[in-house]
Design a protein around this ligand. Structure first.
Ligand SMILES: O=P(O)(O)OP(=O)(O)OP(=O)(O)OC[C@H]1O[C@@H](n2cnc3c(O)ncnc32)[C@H](O)[C@@H]1O
Ligand SMILES: [Mg+2]
Length: 201
């Protein structure tokens, strides 16, 4: 197994990333295993924040690093919470606080006006070795339910309805979420880019 540092403090993300990477002989380790402190996410886009996080972890560890910056875009909220999804209800907000704030913001809206999508940008880079980082993206369309259901996943999963499965992301088995999700899609593209690199394409 080859180890990759993942510039995240989010255990849910790390679990999902490992499910995809392990079959390729790769093991994702969180940056806290390498004593990398979390960096402030000062970027204005997912890609900027993903580069900031990957750069920080690679620079400090001297190893290649992978970072995921992701979030939920709600059409009725003009794309909010977007890059601020983790801190929607405040800097120290937990998942339940963020979900409660979202349900309240949408409480008067019918289903047709509750459309939303998850976005994920994955960046892989080696500090000072890569002239250009590898950047992959995935998105996942759905809508926001009227209440929370399901115990799997993390973040907004209990209120994110996956139309083709007619349930929330938190009600899906983890391997099905990874097949469909923004993160799963970004990782699939990343694995294809790795394979192309190895074949000299
Ligand atoms: O920055 P790191 O340390 O990786 O962890 P984080 O949780 O702060 O991650 P982000 O800054 O990328 O913010 C992403 C937030 O978007 C939400 N989110 C992203 N992907 C999600 C998913 O698959 N399911 C549910 N919510 C998700 C969730 O609230 C995350 O905390
Ligand atoms: Mg974050």
């Amino acid at each position: 197994m080859q180890d990759i540092v993942v510039a995240t403090g989010n255990k849910g993300k790390l679990k999902e990333i490992n499910q995809v990477l392990n079959p390729f002989g790769l093991r994702a380790l969180g940056q806290s295993d390498f004593d990398v402190p979390e960096i402030e996410e000062t970027g204005l886009t997912f890609v900027e924040n993903a580069i900031l996080k990957a750069r920080n972890a690679s620079k400090i560890t001297g190893k290649p690093a992978l970072a995921d910056d992701s979030g939920l875009e709600v059409d009725a909220l003009q794309g909010a919470p977007g890059i601020y999804s983790a801190r929607y209800a405040g800097v120290d907000a937990c998942d339940a606080d963020n979900v409660a704030k979202l349900l309240d913001a949408l409480k008067d809206l019918p289903q047709a006006q509750r459309t939303a999508r998850f976005q994920c940008v994955m960046v892989y880079l080696r500090h000072e070795a890569d002239p250009v980082p590898l950047i992959c993206q995935g998105s996942w369309e759905g809508y926001i339910d009227f209440q929370a259901s399901g115990d799997n996943g993390f973040g907004y999963d209990p209120v994110f309805v996956v139309p083709e499965k007619n349930c929330t992301a938190a009600q899906l088995p983890p391997q099905i979420k990874n097949q469909l999700s923004h993160r799963g899609q970004a990782l699939k593209k990343l694995m294809a880019a790795f394979a192309a690199k190895q074949n000299g394409q």
